[in-house]
Design a protein around this ligand. Structure first.
Ligand code: MOS
Length: 685
């Protein structure tokens, strides 16, 4: 099925957050801190207020109060104190009758500071770094099975290396945007948002409102990648400004503001030590991570978590520490934690394969396991070996000469690499309603959101299938908090979570209709379903998706230019609900992996505490010309799954491991091991 909203999107009929018609709207422009730490001593708004069209200047002195006791990241407590915790933080804002007037007004606001020294540089030996109590998947920052240190000491073969990954910015096509409107004590937000229901709960807490007093509308979203997982500071600013003025306002970030105000993937420094028998069987894995948090709040990516489920080592230890720096708190970015963690682990596996002179595909197969080494539970399904074998066959891997740095095509050195992919298969409880209308059509409502993944299309299919009707007789409503409790579009859990509730509601409706002899009673019939208890049925197995990446790169021996010739991803993620949109997810994620390997880096300026690059001229993401022949395919996988959707998450699987496949191919091409992303031209010659 082609995307149900494809035509609306390409013809401009789809309404994004900034585009909802709002009479009498004010425009908000933030004023951002020019220091990285200290406090604001004065905000002089008079020059701004003197300009035409300027309606108000907000600062921490006159902004409406928030409930700063709420369970929310302090980054959201906008304009609640004069303290400055990071460069670019919102310290004031101008509201005006036009966007241009707001921007001009913001430039005229004079802010004085008392500056304190800052530290924005991540170091492995930062003595302030602490083991995270829990990381984002809920597991402890320190986990040990067996005795990693002892097993390493006893191992016949050992490797040890440090890997680093930089700040990476999410860069969705649609920058963050919000319209905020108050009606007494009720707030409506049109927001570029990955989870309207969860966001409404969070905002109700932050504004000290009753549950249900906040409506969040997120009908069409131009990408999120985690950055829209919750409302960010500009959305809170819009709600504050609307309240202050007593009229609706809107805000849209520029691309440059995105780099300063929207969270990013935390940089990591990782040490991996592997111990193995000479036949390649792992005896020990030790994965130590130091990554940054902000001075304000803990955010600890699950950078060690993939390492605990990948391979059958009897001794595994993962340690995730966070170092507090004077920065914006990092947050989720597509396959958070798993992506940088698997770059390190899958690079280390390649190094071990080289050391042992064992083929890297074969090394991974020898370390396969049917039991999750972390939980001790059997996997519901695990297609890692099947993906490695299928990919190897399609990539002519058997013909590969393992020797690095020997294949020349003119000026180019050519090589191939492999890496495993992994992502947990999460499902969160959701609710949905199904309604039989008197005219023979059906309406299904679920608080889901389609951030560009194709979720709306997949849910349409699932609902129509469950009802046994053609899609023409179905109306699907998503993208509003008021549609009921539902998880966000994150963690690759959307379709499986919402779909379960939709399926349950539709089947319950059919059963109810049966009691009416199939005839719809006057006024229609509506059934509501909730999967809170159902999702517990999943607990008997360890549930994960797996895959394998293969890449071929070429490196110009004169200029150092690196091109990826070909990438192949083979995935096993249960049932694929919609092949078209699934393929786009895989191809998109693999492209991000390529981009991570070769291009993306937020350059931290230690002097100003800012990012030196903060637009697409300075922060490079892969563009069409960078992306070669790129194939994604999947294996038919039967998963032991109580969920009628029978699919495991796919949105994030395709990025995990992709960068390591590229850097491993780079090593095969050149004989040079790059452990610091991205591979820069100056490192590639
Ligand atoms: Mo994803 S980073 O869980 O939106």
């Amino acid at each position: 099925m082609t995307r149900v909203d494809g035509l609306d999107k390409v013809t401009g009929a789809a309404t994004y957050a900034y585009e909802f018609p709002t009479p009498d709207v004010g425009y908000v422009w933030p004023v951002q801190a020019t220091i990285a730490r200290g406090r604001v001593t004065e905000v002089d708004g008079a020059p701004a207020l003197a300009r035409p069209g300027v309606l108000a200047v907000l600062d921490s002195g006159n902004a409406p109060r928030l409930n700063t006791e709420a369970q929310a990241g302090p980054d959201l407590f906008v304009l609640q104190s004069p303290e400055v915790a990071y460069h670019g933080q919102i310290v004031a804002a101008v509201v005006a009758t036009s966007l241009e007037a707001a921007r001009e007004g913001a430039a005229a606001v004079r802010v004085s500071y008392e500056q304190e020294p800052h530290d924005v540089v991540l170091r492995f030996d930062d003595e302030r770094a602490q083991v995270a109590e829990t990381v984002t998947d809920g597991s402890p920052g320190f986990v040990e099975h067996g005795d990693a240190e002892g097993a390493l000491a006893a191992a016949p073969v050992r490797t040890e290396a440090m890997y680093t990954t930089p700040v990476e910015h999410t860069s969705p096509m649609e920058p963050h945007a919000t319209i905020a409107a108050w009606d007494e004590d009720r707030l409506t937000l049109y927001n570029a948002d990955q989870g309207p229901f969860m966001s409404s709960q969070l905002l109700a807490a932050v504004f000290g409102l009753d549950q249900g007093a906040v409506e969040v509308v997120a009908e069409y979203i131009g990408g999120g990648f985690g950055s829209k997982g919750i409302p960010r500071s500009p959305a809170v600013l819009a709600a504050l400004a609307a309240k202050h003025l007593g009229r609706p306002v809107k805000i849209a970030l520029t691309r440059q503001q995105m780099f300063q105000l929207i969270p990013y993937r935390a940089p990591t420094i990782q040490r991996i030590r592997l111990g193995a028998e000479r036949d390649g069987r792992l005896t020990a894995i030790d994965h130590e991570v130091v990554q940054q948090r902000s001075a304000m709040a803990e955010f600890a990516d699950q950078t060690g978590s993939s390492t605990r489920v990948m391979y059958a080592a009897p001794n595994i230890r993962t340690t995730v520490k966070t170092a507090p720096l004077d920065v914006l708190t990092p947050a989720w970015f597509r396959a958070p934690g798993h992506t940088p963690g698997m770059f390190a682990l899958e690079s280390a596996m390649d190094e071990l394969a080289t050391e042992l002179e064992i083929d890297p595909v074969e090394l991974r197969i020898r370390n396969d396991t049917g039991v999750d080494p972390d939980s001790g539970k059997p996997f519901s399904s695990r297609g890692l070996v099947a993906c490695l074998r299928e990919g190897a066959a399609r990539f002519d891997w058997a013909l590969r000469d393992p020797k690095p740095g020997i294949r020349r095509e003119g000026r180019w050195l050519v090589g191939t690499g492999v890496a495993s992919a992994h992502h947990p298969d999460y499902v969160f409880p959701s609710s949905a309603t199904a309604r039989a209308e008197a005219d023979g059509t059906f309406t299904v409502r679920v608080g889901a959101v389609d951030i560009g993944t194709g979720g709306r299309t997949a849910l349409t299919q699932l609902a129509a299938d469950a009802l046994g009707i053609p899609v023409e007789r179905l109306r699907l409503e998503i993208g509003r908090a008021s549609l009921g409790p539902a998880p966000f579009a994150g963690g690759s859990l959307g379709t499986a979570s919402w779909g379960w509730a939709v399926d349950k509601a539709c089947r319950a409706l059919l059963a109810e209709l049966d009691t009416y002899g199939g005839a719809v009673p006057d006024g229609g019939l509506e059934v509501r379903a909730d999967t809170t208890e159902d999702v517990e049925l999943r607990a008997s197995f360890s549930r994960h998706s797996f895959g394998a990446h293969f890449a071929q790169v070429r490196v110009d021996t004169d200029t150092g230019e690196i091109r990826v010739d070909r990438m192949l991803g083979v995935f096993a993620a249960g049932r694929i609900v919609n092949p078209k949109t699934a393929r786009s997810q895989f191809v998109g994620a693999m492209t991000m992996g390529l981009s991570m390997a070769l291009l993306e880096i937020g350059e931290v300026d230690p002097v100003f505490g800012d990012f030196a690059n903060h637009d697409f001229a300075g922060y490079h993401v892969a563009a069409n010309a960078d992306v070669p022949k790129l194939e994604a395919l999947w294996l038919d996988e039967q998963d032991d799954n109580p969920n009628p959707v029978r699919g495991k998450g796919i949105g994030e699987l395709g990025i995990v491991g992709a960068a390591a496949a590229v850097t491993n191919a780079f090593h095969h091409a050149t004989g040079q091991r790059v452990r610091d992303l991205p591979i820069r031209v100056e490192r590639s010659r």
